[in-house]
Design a protein around this ligand. Structure first.
Ligand code: URA
Length: 234
């Protein structure tokens, strides 16, 4: 059993005093009933809501965001808007950070979590989680590019892991690229080596989990247990 004020404070990322005030004001419900006692204790199965929205009770949360352009993949922006700023209030809680980075002008799948061990696992180069991108290019790519991607190109003196590249249109100006690494500006630099500029880049998949097509730009939703497994499944 855990105190209601403790759960409310943790999950809403507010102080215990603020949580107690919300409870006393009748803003917090347990299993649909308003609870005004700050000493109230909840079991793990109790459904808690605050301000009419259900509070997520998992120890760790995993969130899929469809990142828009102009937003940085960091917890603190120093003037720039971050993916954490974009989360709706009911999803915000202490310790959330993006697991891996997309460039400011890259859109698509960003995974946000407060589970440091999981993030470490999926970002670790030894795990080689596939990351799939759609890249729009200013120039068509040819067999030379395909072979260089597939054989593991050398970039800035570093031999890269094999990458997949598939044309998504007849003109070969839109490519699906699958990487097993996450080097700085990697997709853009791989094309640049061949004189091709990436004009738009979107991450569409992490591991086997595709970006939810119903998420509009800037929207987020929780990732469930099965989906989480499909990120790391080979
Ligand atoms: N590769 C890039 O060049 N940019 C990204 O944001 C992700 C992969």
């Amino acid at each position: 059993m855990t105190r209601l004020d403790k759960i409310t404070a943790k999950q809403l990322n507010i102080s215990r005093t603020q949580a107690k005030a919300m409870i006393k004001n009748g803003e917090v419900c347990v299993n649909g009933a308003v609870i005004k006692s700050v000493d109230f204790k909840c079991s793990d199965d109790d459904k808690i809501s605050a301000g009419g929205k259900e509070i997520e009770r998992r120890d760790f949360v995993y969130i899929m965001m469809n990142k828009p352009k102009g937003v940085i993949s960091a917890s603190e922006g120093k003037g720039d808007k971050t993916v954490i700023d974009l989360l709706p209030d009911e999803m915000k809680r202490k310790g959330l950070f993006p697991a891996g980075r997309l460039d400011k002008d890259t859109t698509g799948f960003v995974l946000i979590t407060d589970d440091g061990a999981f993030a470490h696992d999926i970002l670790s180069p030894s795990h080689h989680i596939d990351k799939t991108y759609t890249a729009k290019l200013d120039t068509p790519f040819d067999d030379d590019v395909i072979n260089d991607f597939k054989s593991g190109m050398t970039l800035g003196g570093e031999k890269l892991l094999e990458a997949e590249i598939t044309p998504l249109n007849n003109e070969c100006t839109i490519a699906e690229v699958v990487l097993r690494q996450g080097l700085y500006h990697q997709v853009k630099r791989m094309f640049k080596k061949h004189g091709i500029t990436v004009v738009e880049l979107k991450r569409t998949k992490m591991g086997n989990l595709p970006l939810d097509k119903t998420l509009k730009s800037g929207e987020s939703r929780y990732i469930d247990e099965n989906e989480l497994k499909s990120i790391v499944a080979k």
